[in-house]
Design a protein around this ligand. Structure first.
Ligand code: PLP
Length: 283
């Protein structure tokens, strides 16, 4: 396979890993995951707008412009013969003798890879729904940055899997924030609710697209914090992410438990999102 290293697409196995890269030492870096449908990246512009925002919030240097990142992404897709799959791109602050204090304007290190994904697996969870595990959100207070520091998310996902769940739903003092790698929506009396885009969640690209699609359909959307109690009494629950698209939640376990049916609002948005994939243009 072929990987991305700085602005080159090269054969895997040929890059040196520097132990003093701040990505390894401090998790000092950011990343993006873009889905590939029919050999084309989906919502690339939106993903790279977020990449740039994450870089800015951490004072990371963007070494290339978006058009270079797009060219490299296209090359990763074509060289690896990806029909459907994902592209992962990460950027660390770079290499320096270990010191918590960072110097500004270091030379960032960009790496990345591409992977084929079976759309059938996604279709399966989308048809049957997934089980989720309710757990406390123990993460830091800058979840809006798509940083490499993912231990809170990683621990939540492991716990969910231990309870035979595909995803965790996190709450901070009884307020539902997001999944371990997805955003959470509830439907109550036809109205859609999801946590507002604050420092407590990652503003998912799928989340943003789904909100727009709902509004275009006359479904009212409230970007408002909701409680675990609201989650328990919701008519429908679904999660959104680049790799899961719109996936219904049929079960909640953990400190509370509940079952849900897959409802009409979820199905409508799932369908509209599929159409958006085919169009592959901005909403
Ligand atoms: N929230 C977290 C913590 C995530 O890691 C992700 C994606 O992996 C999302 C939400 C969903 O974001 P997107 O729709 O941009 O994939």
């Amino acid at each position: 396979s072929y990987i991305l290293y700085h602005d080159q697409i090269i054969k895997d196995g040929s890059i040196p890993v520097d132990p003093q890269d701040r990505g390894y030492l401090f998790g000092d870096g950011i990343y993006e995951v873009v889905f590939v449908y029919d050999k084309k990246p989906f919502a690339f512009k939106e993903h790279f707008a977020r990449f740039e925002q994450s870089a800015k919030k951490l004072e990371l240097t963007m070494p290339y412009d978006v058009s270079t990142f797009k060219k490299l992404t296209d090359e990763l897709i074509s060289k690896n013969n990806i029909e459907n799959g994902m592209v992962y791109i990460q950027m660390t602050r770079g290499v320096a003798p270990r010191n918590h204090l960072y110097e500004r304007n270091m030379q960032s290190v960009v790496t990345g890879f591409a992977k084929s994904v079976s759309l059938e697996n996604i279709a399966e969870s989308q048809a049957s729904g997934i089980s989720t595990y309710l757990t406390e959100d123990i993460r830091w207070l800058r979840c809006d940055i798509k940083s490499l520091n993912l231990l809170g998310n990683v621990m939540a996902k492991r716990k969910a899997a231990d309870f035979d769940c595909q995803e965790a739903i996190q709450h901070r003092d009884g307020t539902v924030t997001e999944g371990s790698s997805s955003n959470v929506f509830i439907v109550k009396n036809g109205t859609l609710k999801t946590h507002p885009s604050t420092n407590l969640i990652l503003n998912g690209i799928t989340r943003q697209i789904v909100i727009k699609l709902a509004q275009q359909n006359g479904i009212s959307v409230l970007e408002e914090a909701f409680s675990v109690d609201d989650l328990l009494h919701a008519d429908e629950v679904f999660i959104t992410s680049t790799t899961m698209e719109v996936t219904p939640v049929t079960k909640l376990v953990g400190s509370e438990s509940q079952s849900y049916n897959i409802g009409p609002v979820t199905l409508k948005l799932q369908d509209d999102f599929k159409k958006q994939i085919i169009k592959n243009t901005s909403v």
